[in-house]
Design a protein around this ligand. Sequence first.
Ligand code: ADP
Ligand code: ASP
Ligand code: MG
Length: 440
Amino acid sequence: MKVLKFGGTSVGSIENICNVKDIINDGDRKIVVLSAMSGTTNQLVAIANDIANKVPNEAVDKINKLHEAYAITIDQLLTNKVLNNEVKDYTSGVFDFLVACTYKAFSISLENNIVAQGELLSTYMLNCYLKQEGISSTLLPALSFMRIDADKEPNISYIKQHFEIALNSVENSEIYITQGFICLDDNDEISNLQRGGSDYTATLIGAAIKAEEVQIWTDIDGMHNNDPRYVENTKPISNLSFDEAAELAYFGAKILHPQTVTPVRADNIPVRLKNTMNPDAHGTLISNITSENGIKAIAAKDHIIAIKIKSARMLQAHGFLKKVFEIFEIYKTPIDMITTSEVAVSLTIDDDRNLDKIIEELEKIAVIEVDKNQSIICLVGHSVVNHQDTYKLFQILQDVKIRMISYGGSKNNISLLVDTKDKINSLQKLNDYLFELVTL
Ligand code: ADP
Ligand code: ASP
Ligand code: MG
């Protein structure tokens, strides 16, 4: 069985929902994972923020506007009166719930309940629309099988076991539709897999059922060789290895949730990235096949904090780095890049939730300097560190102040840390000289 995930834009308009119907209606049995309609999760986050900021009237305004927009979409999509009423009843229940939330005190649990509504709405609507079109489909509630543990990591064995139970407890169907993104936590409360998490839902289900393939349907023809939001003349890449895709997703290629390939790489389940608006385009196939050497793609990750830990006396003493790492471990803060010299070690993090406490601890053993607003630019390709073009990087970026370099951590990745204000210029220059054959 295949797992097909459709992102926000793919379910964000009547035309795209019709494309989704055509793509999934091929006679094969499949699992369909849906995101919320584009813009909905952002609105739900804004509603939760209004509640947190104690401006419930503004939250109610947003809820009413969103409800009106859904009513219009439902009228256009569901021409069958009975199904139209059924979806409107369900939707009204969701919006009544949201209004009730505005009378409550803010909590993370309340926010998680609010943001979960987007995927519940989109799946309900698509399921009824497919019924109207005479296509056999069934809803599989994600909250009955998708779960994270106390460390917010997916509980793989639970998901596998309960997905099977969920599948066996509904009527046999050609298409099973489920919600991306949402899950339960270890306290049985509604939670989620972080923004963009529907990709992760799809590969977690793919691994649970040992799917033949996982397809991620979005609004672009696959993974491009640079970030199309900031760079001109980017091109789709037809093949990526799991390692290459994992590096790109982790270092900022928004097309994939950072953890997307983690669940499927061990079982070698291919992941195909496709465009809902252009289904004939090849897209990108992520598999265990490695292709030619050299720089294949560039991604960038923002909101990076660089921490310089200076301690001439202690650095050479064994055990110093252990103390440093322990501090990050205590505060569950992963380190992305790291470089060392005789007198200092510099490292980067992107999670600043415990920054103050981390600094306080580090200051007990060293002198600390912190630079915020940094970006990691990550160059990815099979054996990229051995490639002859690599020497050009410093020439291409001669006008950019490079704060840190990570070379050789893996064969497939070279990372550069720059000030975020230099990011777009750096990405464009790298694109022009590395991929557009402009000569230096
Ligand atoms: P979905 O809602 O379908 O999950 P996303 O917005 O999460 O879609 O991801 C698709 C978007 O990712 C594209 O529209 C594009 O702007 C952005 N993107 C960023 N980097 C890349 C890249 N390297 N290749 C393709 N798309 C990228
Ligand atoms: N709807 C969620 C978000 O906007 C999950 C997703 O789209 O993958 O982040
Ligand atoms: Mg996404």
